[in-house]
Design a protein around this ligand. Structure first.
Ligand code: KIV
Length: 266
């Protein structure tokens, strides 16, 4: 860890007092180094790599070893940002196997692992945290559940689902999660959850009321082909370099101008 590395404690201390946390995905050392220079706080080696690097239609084929490979690359490039690694699909069916998967990612250079889901992962979060593996939880549109959802769509639009999400968020925070990603949920609900839980919420398609924002690197840089979700902004458009684009993203997250209402779900 470098002398100026961003710690989990430092990110947690920003809850309520700010500035908002600026996070993005990264899968290689070069982009990690540029993002570091641009002031990014957190780099996620997401299982989105299955889609944006491997070209798969979803994240489900990604393995722990593949995430570990990209964590090693990113950790070599990034001195300052916190490096978080996704536990991919089927790598955390129970606490013991979750710990084995997480250990592989921590040994590769991750300071924290992220896992998807609510109530059923609470015992896994407790088990990992008790064994010194910091955890980021992930609720809302959890891509590993794409088949149950029937596609990538906004979640928790009705009151029953919203109530479940609130309860899951509280349980995950009580279990010891350090951060909570909220993906594709109505902005009012995300703001409410952020007020209720003591840990920072990081939104993606969850409005400006979260304690931070995260985007997939390829979305942020306008590389993604096809239909763009409404929460995506191309920060490279009109800017001369990748570093300038990421710096503009960091500035927009910090001053609260990203995401706008039009880039959020009512
Ligand atoms: O895999 C990923 O990139 C993610 C982010 C979209 C939060 O989980």
């Amino acid at each position: 860890m470098s002398e100026h590395a961003i710690t989990i404690g430092a990110l947690r201390a920003r809850k309520g007092s700010g500035p908002p946390i600026a996070a993005m995905t990264a899968y290689d050392a070069s982009l990690a180094a540029v993002a570091d220079s641009a002031g990014i706080d957190l780099l996620l080696v997401g299982d989105s790599l299955g889609m944006v690097v491997h070209g798969a239609p979803n994240t489900l084929a990604v393995t722990v070893d593949e995430v570990a490979y990209h964590v090693r690359c990113v950790a070599r490039g990034a001195a300052r940002p916190l490096v978080v690694a996704d536990l991919p699909f089927a790598s955390y069916p129970d606490p013991v196997r979750a710990f084995e998967s997480a250990a592989t990612l921590v040994r590769a250079g991750a300071a924290m692992v992220k896992l998807e889901g609510g109530g059923h992962v609470v015992p896994i979060v407790e088990y990992l945290v008790a064994r010194e593996v910091p955890v980021c939880a992930h609720l809302g549109l959890t891509p590993q559940a794409v088949h149950r959802f029937g596609g990538f769509r906004v979640q928790a639009r009705d009151e029953a689902e919203a109530a479940r999400l609130r309860a899951d968020a509280a349980a995950l925070a009580a279990a010891g999660a350090s951060l909570l990603v909220l993906e594709c949920v109505p902005s009012g609900l995300a703001t409410e959850v952020g007020r209720d839980v003591p840990i920072p919420t990081i939104g993606i398609g969850a409005g400006a009321g979260c304690d931070g924002q995260i985007l997939v690197a390829q979305d942020l840089l306008g590389i993604t082909r096809g239909k763009r979700p409404r929460f995506v902004r191309d920060f490279l458009a009109g800017r001369g370099s990748v570093e300038a684009a990421i710096a503009a993203y960091v500035a927009a997250v910090r001053d609260g101008s990203f995401p706008s209402a039009a880039e959020s779900y009512p």
